[in-house]
Design a protein around this ligand. Structure first.
Ligand SMILES: Nc1ncnc2c1ncn2[C@@H]1O[C@H](COP(=O)(O)OP(=O)(O)OP(=O)(O)O)[C@@H](O)[C@H]1O
Length: 221
C-alpha cells in the first residue's frame, strides 16, 4: 500500500532520518516514542503535509484514499456537524449512518462549539470515515479525554477497524493500552535524529505486554 523511504525530516535541525518501512492493507500500527521525538512530523510526512519532502519518499500515496484525524478536530466552526461531513462528499444518508456509528445521531445540526471535546473528536472521526479511507492516520486520538471517554472511543475505533479488515491505520499514541487494543504492529521512534528503532508485528494483548517489556529494555539500554 505504502512504501516509506524518508531520508530526512528537518526543521531548523534534523528531527527524523532513515525511515524505511512499508505499510500493507490491514496493518494497524501504533507509533510510540518519547514526547517531542518526531511522531507527528512523521505522520505529517506520510500524509503528504510536508511539502518539501522529495518525490519518492512516500511511494503509493497517490493510489490510496487517506484520512487524517488530527489532535484538534479541525471542523469548520461556522458549519454544522452535518455540513462539515458533507464537505468531503458524503450524502445525508451516509452522514446519518456515520453519526449513528460514532454515537452522535442527535448532533447532526449542532455546531462544533456546542460539542464536548470527545464529541467533536468523534464528529471528526465520522468525517474521516466519510472519506472511505484505505489508510486512517490518527494523532493521539485519546489525548485530553478522561479514561471512560478514551475507552469508549478506543472501542469504537477498534470496531470500525474490524468492520473493514483491509483498511490500514497508523495511530500516534503514548499509551501502551492503545497498542494493546488497536495494534497488530508497533513502531517505536527514538534517537537523535529519530529513526524507527523498532518495527514489530504483534498479535494479542499478551504479546503486546511482552513486546513492551522488551521495548523498555531497548529504551533503557
Ligand atoms: N513547525 C515546526 N517548526 C520547528 N520545529 C518543529 C515544528 N514542528 C515540530 N517541531 C519540532 O520537531 C520535534 C518533533 O516534533 P513532533 O511534534 O513531531 O514530536 P512528537 O513526537 O509528535 O511530540 P509529542 O509526543 O509531544 O506530540 C520537536 O522538537 C518539535 O519542537
Amino acid at each position: 500500500m505504502l512504501e516509506l523511504r524518508i531520508e530526512r525530516l528537518a526543521y531548523d535541525r534534523t528531527v527524523v532520518e532513515g525511515i524505511g518501512a512499508s505499510v500493507a492493507p490491514g496493518d494497524h500500527i501504533c507509533l510510540l516514542g518519547p514526547s517531542g521525538i518526531g511522531k507527528t512530523t512523521l505522520l505529517n510526512a506520510i500524509a503528504g503535509l510536508v511539502p518539501w519532502l522529495p518525490a519518492g519518499a512516500v511511494i503509493g500515496r497517490d493510489r490510496i484514499r487517506l484520512a487524517y484525524l488530527f489532535q484538534e478536530h479541525r471542523l469548520l466552526p461556522w458549519r454544522t456537524v452535518r455540513q462539515n461531513i458533507r464537505l468531503v462528499g458524503a450524502s445525508d444518508e451516509t452522514v446519518d449512518r456515520l453519526l449513528a456509528d460514532v454515537g452522535l445521531a442527535d448532533h447532526a445540526e449542532s455546531l462544533p462549539d456546542q460539542l464536548s471535546l470527545g464529541m467533536a473528536r468523534r464528529a471528526a472521526l465520522a468525517r474521516c470515515l466519510a472519506i472511505e479511507p484505505d489508510l486512517l492516520l490518527m494523532d493521539e486520538p485519546f489525548a485530553s479525554l478522561d479514561a471512560d471517554r478514551a475507552g469508549e472511543l478506543r472501542e469504537l475505533i477498534r470496531a470500525l477497524l474490524a468492520s473493514r479488515p483491509d483498511r490500514a491505520m497508523i495511530c500516534v499514541t503514548h499509551d501502551p493500552a492503545d497498542a494493546a487494543a488497536l495494534a497488530n504492529r508497533l513502531w517505536y521512534l527514538d534517537g537523535a535524529p529519530a529513526t524507527l528503532r523498532w518495527d514489530e508485528r504483534i498479535n494479542g494483548v499478551d504479546e503486546v505486554g511482552i513486546l513492551l517489556d522488551r521495548l523498555r529494555g531497548v529504551v533503557l539500554a
